[in-house]
Write a protein that binds this ligand. Structure first.
Ligand code: NAD
Ligand code: G6P
Ligand code: MN
Length: 447
């Protein structure tokens, strides 16, 4: 056997992300599986990144001094000599997410990070920056892979398909992983890794056809359906000790979401498409998810980083004890680096994976991950409800990329007006016109 003593170099684009320290801790926990020689952060907000970077520098010095660590705002420095690029940027930061959530609510439409007009606005902001990062990666480290989870993933993936079809970029999401982790616990297993699954749809817009025990093949779908019909994906107890109230509501609401098609198990994001009126009624237009994050997660993460820097030690830090879901991102890097052909979900051009959906639709389906990228696993036909919903939503996502490509106001208006969460084209126009103003620094100049 050839000895394999490779070690890898990783850059996190969006080093200032609230998820960065947790991801770093997970990387360090996984050194036997995915060994590092270098870790870098890249961000275009030096000040924000420094706060996380200085704390992580202490973590690295204490736990892995042999791994070279640095952070920078210089693309050449960031993307030179890397094997993996992690895409974790939020173009416009929380300030713009807040508008994505609040502007639609002004007109009686739900405002959500990746759903409806808010999600489309966010997608339109992200395209340019993601393409820029892909180009830097290709210029400075042509053999590298980019694992991107910067939203709005469906729209970013369509832009990748159209503008950089040969780029080594894989667009992923953690929601199905999170939900499968819940399913595993509900079914008396340990984690999502104990489950096998059939799943199809779009990002934040999908359905499980089947969930089985990975080792024995036992079909767990019937018992999971029974549980979800009553409790949604809410587990409670110790498992949900740190789950925020709005996520609790989402997991519980899956019980209603499930009723629409009891032959499948739903992704929680379908709540926004099935029950938009309920979502609007329950929203506070002055206090949305962004405000919750600013008051809780962002405070917690940046407060903890400040503490580490002040005390000069990362002993007993927050991320050592909290379960962090970025574990699967490390697993994906491992699968690519060691060509394991493990199964995860990716957002890719359909090309027959869902047999009755167009080849050029971006879909989220199980794929085998290896050194040559991802190979989709055919999932058969979409049900009739799903067929109708998928085609409408894919069209919205394509229209957003048309709007970007053609700098077209009308295409963006069509995207908003067609969307299932928007009741009327005149409402779509009002939302778009408000969004045009605040998105000026980020969107192409739509005419
Ligand atoms: P955050 O605002 O805390 O961090 C994002 C960072 O990106 C900020 O430091 C910001 O300065 C930086 N940034 C913005 N534009 C940039 C650019 N053009 N180049 C370099 N850096 C840039 O955001 P967060 O809440 O931690 O989320 C980060 C991203 O991960 C978001 O896109 C979010 O939607 C996504 N996310 C995805 C999943 C998934 O399942 N796909 C899960 C969690 C988070
Ligand atoms: C899930 C989704 C992500 C999304 C995130 C938002 O993890 O898969 O795509 O960005 O939720 O969570 P937040 O806590 O920022 O509202
Ligand atoms: Mn996601």
């Amino acid at each position: 056997m050839v000895e394999d003593n490779r070690k890898f170099s990783v850059v996190i684009a969006g080093g200032g992300s609230t998820f960065t320290p947790g991801f770093v801790i997970n990387l360090l926990k996984s050194q036997d599986k995915f060994p590092l020689r270098k870790l870098k952060f890249y961000d275009n907000d030096a000040e924000r990144q420094k706060k996380i970077g200085d704390a992580v520098a202490i973590i690295m010095k204490e736990r892995a001094p042999e791994i070279e660590f640095s952070y920078t705002t210089d693309p050449k420095e960031a993307f030179t000599d890397v094997d993996f690029v992690m895409g974790s940027i939020r173009v416009g930061k929380y300030e713009m997410r807040s508008y994505d959530e609040k502007i639609p609510l002004k007109y009686g439409v739900y405002g959500q990070e990746t759903t409806g007009p808010g999600g489309m606005a966010y997608g339109l902001r992200s395209i340019k920056s993601i393409i820029e990062i892909i180009d830097w990666m290709e210029e400075y480290s042509p053999n590298a892979w980019m694992i991107n989870y910067s939203n709005t993933i469906a729209i970013v993936s369509e832009a990748c398909r159209r503008f950089r079809p040969n780029a080594k970029v894989i667009n992923i999401c953690d929601m199905p992983i999170d939900l499968m982790d819940r399913m595993a616990v509900i079914a008396g297993r340990k984690s999502f890794k104990d489950l096998d699954f059939k799943y199809y749809g779009l990002n934040h817009f999908g359905w499980w056809k089947e969930v089985r025990d990975r080792k024995t093949g036992e079909d767990l779908t019937p018992m999971l359906k029974e549980y979800v019909a009553k409790n949604g994906y809410w587990v409670g107890g110790e498992y949900d000790e740190h789950t925020e109230a709005s996520w609790e509501a989402t997991f519980k609401e899956a019980a209603e979401v499930y009723q629409l098609d009891p032959t499948t198990l739903p992704n929680t994001y379908l709540q926004y498409y099935y029950f938009p009126q309920y979502e609007v009624k329950n929203a506070d237009p002055k206090h949305t998810r962004t405000d919750e994050i600013l008051e809780y997660r962002q405070k917690l993460v940046f407060g903890e980083c400040e503490r580490i820097v002040k005390e000069g030690t990362a002993k007993g830090n927050l991320w050592d004890y909290s379960e962090v879901h970025s574990e699967y991102i490390v697993d994906i890097c491992h699968a690519i680096a060691y060509n394991t052909h493990e199964k995860f979900l990716a957002n890719i051009p359909n090309n027959g994976a869902i047999s009755n959906i167009a080849d050029d639709a971006i879909v989220e389906v199980p794929c085998l991950f290896g050194a040559d990228g991802v190979q989709p696993i055919c999932q058969g036909e979409a049900g009739r409800l799903q067929y109708g919903m998928i085609n409408e939503q894919v069209t919205c996502e394509k229209l957003v990329v048309d709007a970007y490509e053609q700098k077209s106001y009308v295409k963006m208006l069509e995207a908003f007006a067609l969307n299932k969460t928007v009741p009327d084209a005149s409402v779509a126009k009002k939302i778009l016109d408000d969004m045009m103003v605040v998105n000026k620094p980020y969107w192409p100049d739509l005419k």
